[in-house]
Design a binder for this molecule. Structure first.
Ligand SMILES: *[C@@H]1O[C@H](CO)[C@@H](O)[C@H](O)[C@H]1NC(C)=O
Ligand SMILES: *[C@@H]1O[C@H](CO)[C@@H](O)[C@H](O)[C@H]1NC(C)=O
Ligand SMILES: *[C@@H]1O[C@H](CO)[C@@H](O)[C@H](O)[C@H]1NC(C)=O
Ligand SMILES: *[C@@H]1O[C@H](CO)[C@@H](O)[C@H](O)[C@H]1NC(C)=O
Ligand SMILES: *[C@@H]1O[C@H](CO)[C@@H](O)[C@H](O)[C@H]1NC(C)=O
Length: 421
């Protein structure tokens, strides 16, 4: 059975590869002549994009936004909607835009936000990862070098100080999402890629709570580093954007010093981008106390309050905690999604959608991540610098700076058994 699934997966991948090669050939052969059309929708005379050789933004010098003429990189996000079909997404010419990070903890909707930014600005977004899968789905800025200056923001999940500074000295949009949901979404990604789901049996596993604590620390450390090391920071809350994208997309465009085209924002409102949206699963499928054990919820809540403190401190507004599911003993606050067919498990449902069982050809990512951290021991050697004047700092120290969770500690013990004298 497994053999069969692997074989069909391989066939699918080969077909995909052939198809994409063909498309690239077709594109380069037939469409590579420079386009001279200068349609109104792509004429963005922003006149305020500045970029010099040192990757630094100089607000005094003005440079015009210039687009690449390669027609194969022109995408129409609303090709099927006549009222919006004229709008395009393009690359700029090299070194035209300063690198700006679009940073987030994984599972925070980074790809979704990229789609919105591309539609709103008409300029591709990039990424430090070069994910071919995203490229094949229309993110045509994905494979450009992240610092080539041809994309308006670049996705990253890394958060070392040097890395943050490499974006024009620390220019960043930090995308923040409720960790309760971001961690579940990341867990789904680990098992099912951009659109699939992890098996809910994982919630029964003994190391699940340790995975939660570990990921909560990572979520917190990501927010701490980006707020601490960015020199020019815009924090966007996923939940705000979800509720009403328009004002927040305006904030993003202003931050990027790109012109705001209200007609594009109208189109986003009328025809929101849908790609790479993981289908929601019903809350009723879970025992929430199993997914988020009682002893771990106060720790997640404290982490949320600390990030709320940090975002306020940097003048980036409060976290919309009233919309945070599970925060402060609350339950699921989102809309009720449509139910599964009766008796169908989630993994069966995914198998139906994808044609194979997602978890059968992957190693066990949940355990692997914890084992990897036990092996390198880098993550827990770095202490999160909580501000001592913050009311809950002692609790935070205890929750997050007093060593790795049990699963990792046990691996350490197995590696270095106590020597018998
Ligand atoms: C741009 O728009 C103006 C007025 O809306 C129109 O007259 C002109 O022909 C348009 N130019 C192009 C190149 O589409
Ligand atoms: C799109 O462009 C075409 C050709 O330039 C033009 O005829 C049409 O009116 C435009 N549509 C919209 C909605 O602007
Ligand atoms: C935060 O930054 C420090 C200093 O560069 C680094 O040691 C640490 O690993 C970073 N944390 C994360 C989660 O990237
Ligand atoms: C937690 O929820 C209760 C109501 O259930 C509310 O009174 C309290 O202010 C909330 N605390 C925080 C920190 O949000
Ligand atoms: C679901 O299971 C019940 C009992 O196991 C069975 O009676 C029912 O027919 C099943 N429904 C479907 C749609 O398979």
């Amino acid at each position: 059975m497994l053999q069969y699934h692997l074989r069909s997966l391989r066939r699918l991948l080969i077909a995909l590869l052939l198809f994409s090669t063909l498309m690239i050939l077709v594109n380069t052969t037939f469409f590579s002549t420079p386009s001279s059309t200068n349609s109104n929708q792509t004429r963005l005379d922003s006149g305020n994009i500045i970029f010099d050789k040192k990757n630094e933004v100089k607000k005094t010098e003005l440079l015009k936004l210039k687009f690449s003429l390669a027609k194969r990189f022109i995408r129409r996000p609303w090709a099927d909607h006549p009222d919006c079909s004229n709008f395009t997404i393009r690359r700029t010419v090299e070194r035209n835009l300063p690198p700006v990070a679009l940073a987030s903890f994984p599972g925070s909707g980074n790809t979704w936000v990229r789609g919105l930014i591309e539609a709103a600005s008409g300029i591709y977004t990039g990424s430090i990862y070069k994910d071919a899968n995203l490229y094949l789905h229309g993110f045509w800025g994905e494979l450009a070098d992240w610092d080539a200056g041809v994309t308006c923001v670049q996705k990253t999940h890394d958060s070392g100080a040097d890395h943050i500074k490499s974006f024009s000295g620390g220019r960043s949009i930090f995308l923040n999402r409720n960790p309760y949901e971001a961690i579940l979404s990341f867990h789904n990604f680990l098992y099912g890629g951009h659109t699939g789901h992890a098996p809910s049996s994982n919630f029964q596993r003994p190391e699940w709570p340790d995975f939660l604590v570990d990921q909560t620390r990572r979520w917190l450390a990501t927010a701490v580093n980006w707020t601490q090391y960015s020199s020019d920071l815009l924090t966007i809350h996923y939940e705000d954007l979800k509720e009403n994208p328009r004002p927040h997309l305006r904030r993003i465009l202003h931050f990027l010093q790109l012109p705001v085209d209200e007609r594009r924002l109208d189109c986003i409102q009328k025809h929101p981008p849908k790609k790479f949206h993981r289908k929601s699963r019903t809350d009723g499928q879970w025992d929430t106390n199993r997914v988020f054990p009682k002893r771990i919820r106060p720790l997640l809540d404290r982490a949320i309050r600390y990030v709320d403190y940090l975002t306020r401190k940097t003048g980036n507004g409060a976290i919309p905690v009233d919309r945070y599911s599970y925060y402060n003993k609350s339950s699921w606050k989102g809309p009720q999604p449509s139910r599964l067919a009766e008796n169908q498990t989630w993994i069966e449902w995914i198998s139906d959608q994808w044609g194979f069982r997602v978890e059968s050809f992957l190693k066990d990512p949940l355990t692997n991540m914890l084992q990897e951290e036990a092996k390198t021991n880098i993550f827990y050697s770095w202490k999160i610098p909580f501000e001592s004047k913050y009311a809950e700092s002692n609790d935070l120290e205890r929750d997050f700076n007093s060593g790795p969770p049990l699963f990792i500690q046990r691996i350490h013990l197995e590696k270095s058994p106590t020597k018998v004298p």
